[in-house]
Design a binder for this molecule. Structure first.
Ligand code: SF4
Length: 291
């Protein structure tokens, strides 16, 4: 399938220069290279600039409520585990009102990809500080410097239990595409923190800022985020957390932690159903294929 077949004819109304365009390109390219069937792919979003994305991708799409994309995605995945389910959301949506759901998805390790469009502001509502804008930072849309501390999304995802944790940059679409592809193929909860300029409301974290500050973890040949046997998991997690704390002038992008040894929520439910004689898992839509 060629990339243009994942485009819809819906007008993309983001501000010219918005980082969301780079993320949309990354998704188009990943879907194309994975040859994902649009009928078996579901894009789920909440509310925000980035959450318009289901309208722009030729696949199944659900544009849901503010902060509630993950509960919808959870229901979709449990109803049909064979679907590829990808959640998109902004930092206000996923880490503000949706923070509890974000943590629950990692804890359960559902086989869902979460893509965070991280621009530090609530763009759709005129640029208020979001949960990822650091304390003391003043963007042009704030009257005073930000008075709240920020989340570190990578640390939060690692602590919550996501088994694929990575970061990319919206305007490095090749890097982003490769990370999305790997996240989709990973069995378990995958999280991608995508650094994304908001040209209209955030004049601090701009494309120029990111061009100077991001560097790739994979450029360090000694960096190995992959858990290759279960007993390595704790050591790899600690190393990933140490790397995640690097913020400020130099920001790492790439894979932080990949652990394929944790069972998914779908697999655990399938096993639980089999334990009850009164239930016939073969009649259940929750049964996981290949078991
Ligand atoms: Fe993008 Fe910001 Fe415009 Fe929203 S307000 S479309 S995040 S540039």
């Amino acid at each position: 399938m060629e990339r243009r077949n994942y485009r819809t004819n819906v007008w993309v109304d983001w501000c010219p220069g918005c980082g969301n365009f780079g993320i949309l390109t990354g998704i188009y390219r990943a879907l194309e290279e994975l040859s994902l069937d649009p009928d078996r792919t579901v894009i789920v979003s909440g509310i925000g600039c980035s959450s318009k994305i289901p309208h722009f991708v030729y696949a199944n799409g659900v544009h849901t409520l503010h902060g509630r994309a993950i509960p919808f995605a959870t229901g979709i995945k449990l109803a049909n585990p064979e679907l590829t389910v990808i959640v998109h959301g902004g930092d206000g949506d996923l880490l503000g009102i949706g923070a509890g759901h974000f943590v629950a998805l990692g804890r359960r390790n559902l086989d869902i990809v979460v893509i965070l469009h991280n621009n530090g502001v609530y763009g759709l509502t005129k640029g208020q500080a979001s949960p990822t804008l650091p304390l003391g930072v003043k963007t042009k849309s704030l009257v005073e410097p930000n008075i709240q501390n920020a989340f570190n999304p990578i640390m939060l995802a690692l602590a919550a239990g996501y088994t694929f944790v990575a970061r990319s940059y919206a305007f490095d679409t090749n890097h982003l595409k490769n990370i999305i592809k790997e996240a989709v193929l990973h069995k378990g909860a995958a999280f991608i923190d995508v650094l994304q300029p908001c040209v209209t409301f955030n004049d601090v974290y701009t494309a120029d800022f990111y061009r100077k500050s991001v560097y790739k973890l994979e450029d360090d040949k000694a960096w190995d985020p992959y858990v290759r046997k279960p007993e390595e998991a704790q050591e790899k997690m600690l190393r990933a957390m140490e790397k995640a704390l690097q913020q400020g002038e130099k920001i790492p992008i790439g894979r932080f932690y990949v652990n394929p040894f944790v069972s998914t929520f779908e697999e655990r439910i399938s096993q639980r159903l089999k334990a009850y004689p009164g239930l016939n898992p073969s009649n259940s839509v929750i049964e996981v294929q290949g078991e």
